[in-house]
Design a protein around this ligand. Structure first.
Ligand SMILES: NC(=O)c1ccc[n+]([C@@H]2O[C@H](COP(=O)([O-])OP(=O)(O)OC[C@H]3O[C@@H](n4cnc5c(N)ncnc54)[C@H](O)[C@@H]3O)[C@@H](O)[C@H]2O)c1
Length: 334
């Protein structure tokens, strides 16, 4: 397959290397609007480089990967849908709720499939707990706890266009809560804190976030996030049911030590970032995208799914700003 990729930064360079390693990819074409970003990545993997988004779309692609900074997603996705190019788009699909609603309508009115990059849906642990919940193995689910704790903050220039900690980071937790539970969020109450670098405050963002969600089933969900988890990168989701409980991310890589005498779990080493934590899941999601691009399967994570996760993040921002619980009915939808 001939695959194009736009935005060759942290995740874009990583996706380019993953694409290069997959047997289905014969040719890779890269674009980044910063001069030598694409060239640097292309040199190591024998990829072509083009000098504009339009040249990328005209490069005879079987599929396109959008991995630009978040504000670049919506304009490129619109062009890709108009050109009929099957597209994998990193989360979130747009920087604002209005754009996400607009893109949902556009994608649903088009025959061009779009697969959104919520890689946790391709992680074996998340798939196992989703199957256990769906099969009733855990009974009724009374509580879910899900968190995304980064060891170190991203580069300072990432934060102003990231959308904030709920839209950028916890959006993964919002997606897996929907994926694992099969339910929708009814209400949210959110807060945030800042004790780290000034650039979070300067962007109106928080380095640490927390939210309580209630699902339409009555399940209570606790969400948290931080950019400063010194012990390591810790992504964990715990699902508690009337018959049993299950945890994703509880293994010897756990970035935590026990205060109890004689406990030597976990043995380590810890994960240090999302790329080593989810490498197999990123490989699996891009492999799944080839099936989407070949017309062999429907998108496993649609723009509608991305809208629902974004709406929860939007409700969290509203709750944090107003200091009160927010009903999902207060948040616009497509
Ligand atoms: N799924 C995940 O786990 C995951 C992890 C990290 C980042 N992301 C998402 O991926 C996106 C990129 O994140 P990142 O950490 O790689 O950011 P980054 O800032 O490191 O890289 C972004 C790259 O995009 C380029 N770029 C920006 N706008 C562009 C445009 N309009 N056209 C072409 N190139 C453009 C920049 O020059 C830069 O090279 C973000 O939307 C982020 O939310 C997803």
């Amino acid at each position: 397959m001939r695959i194009g990729l736009t935005g060759v930064g942290r995740i874009g360079a990583f996706h380019a290397a993953t694409l290069h390693s997959l047997a289905s990819v014969d040719e890779l074409v890269l674009y980044d609007f910063v001069g030598d970003q694409a060239r640097k990545a292309a040199d190591g993997i024998g990829a072509e480089v083009v000098d504009s988004e339009d040249a990328l779309l005209a490069a005879g692609l079987d599929g396109l990967v959008i991995a630009t900074a978040t504000p670049g997603h919506a304009p490129m996705l619109r062009k890709a849908i108009a050109a009929g190019v099957r597209t994998f788009c990193e989360k979130p699909v747009a920087a604002t709720l209005d754009e996400t609603i607009d893109l949902t309508r556009l994608a649903e009115a088009s025959d061009t499939p779009v697969h959104v990059g919520f890689q946790r849906r391709f992680d074996h642990g998340y798939q196992r707990v989703q199957q256990a919940v769906a099969a009733g193995e855990l009974g009724f689910i009374h509580t879910i706890r899900s968190h995304t704790l980064d060891q170190n903050p991203p580069h300072a220039s990432y934060i102003p266009t990231s959308g904030g900690i709920f839209r950028d980071c916890n959006i993964h937790d919002f997606d897996v809560v929907r994926f694992v539970s099969g339910r929708e969020v009814a209400t949210v109450y959110a807060t945030g804190g800042n004790q780290g670098a000034e650039f979070f405050k300067e962007s109106g963002d928080y380095d640490t976030g927390g939210a309580m969600l209630t699902l339409d089933s009555g399940t209570v969900v606790q969400i948290s996030s931080t950019r400063y988890n010194g012990q390591g990168h810790d992504v964990r989701t715990e699902v508690f049911g009337s018959k049993g409980s299950m945890c994703v991310g509880l293994d010897d890589t756990l970035a935590m030590v026990s205060a109890e005498d004689g406990v030597d779990f976990p043995k380590g080493p810890v994960h240090t970032n999302f790329m080593d934590r989810f490498l197999p899941a990123y490989q699996a999601e891009l492999t799944a995208f080839f099936d989407v691009a070949s017309g062999l399967r429907e998108s496993p994570c649609t723009v509608r799914d991305a809208l629902e996760a974004f709406r929860i993040a939007e409700a969290c921002e509203l709750s944090r700003m107003r200091g009160r619980p927010v009903s999902m009915d207060e948040v616009a939808t497509a």
